[in-house]
Design a protein around this ligand. Structure first.
Ligand code: SME
Length: 162
């Protein structure tokens, strides 16, 4: 596909996700390199929604290691079970955090981050990376974001990557 996203200018959040996801699927399904695909997913989400920080942490042994992202520099390693990302890994489920200060053990890479969603992706039933999205607005993510971001991770899981 052409390397340009086509998104509704004044669409609802659902309409933007509905337009975005098939384009991301087309973009990553023709590419097997994991870093390339993660980089484009992060860029696409940032371009569509202008999130403060969008990126990935990839499982390496007992840690998550920073992967491709868009936004300010971030912490590079997160231990299993630590922070929102490590909790999503440990619990194997999405963490929707309306107020990061109310999340016990939240790791503040930036004081500007106010709310956060972390969505795990699986290979052979185990978490192999997490998508982390931060907003500088409180309560910025809801079940709609969760559903579409989980769909996006499902598409990534189906893409054979190296
Ligand atoms: N807040 C995350 C750390 C990563 S940064 O937000 C980019 C956490 O608590 O796991």
């Amino acid at each position: 596909m052409a390397e340009t996203l086509f998104l509704p200018q004044a669409g609802s959040k659902e309409e933007i996700y509905e337009a975005l996801i098939p384009q991301v699927e087309a973009l990553i399904s023709g590419e097997q390199d994991l870093v390339a695909n993660l980089a484009n997913i992060a860029a696409a989400l940032r371009e569509a929604f202008g999130f403060f920080w969008v990126g990935f942490y990839v499982v390496q042994g007992q840690e998550l290691v920073l992967g491709p992202f868009q936004g300010p520099i971030a912490c590079t390693r997160i231990a299993y079970g630590r922070g929102v990302c490590g909790t999503a890994w440990k619990e194997k489920k999405t963490q929707l955090v309306p107020d990061v200060e109310a999340f016990p053990g939240h790791i503040a890479c930036s004081s500007a981050s106010k709310s956060e969603i972390v969505v795990p992706a699986f290979q052979d039933g185990e978490v192999f990376l997490v998508l982390d999205v931060d907003s500088d607005t409180l309560d910025d993510f809801d079940a709609v974001d969760q559903r579409y971001m989980e769909d996006l991770m499902g598409i990534l899981e189906k893409t054979r990557t190296t």
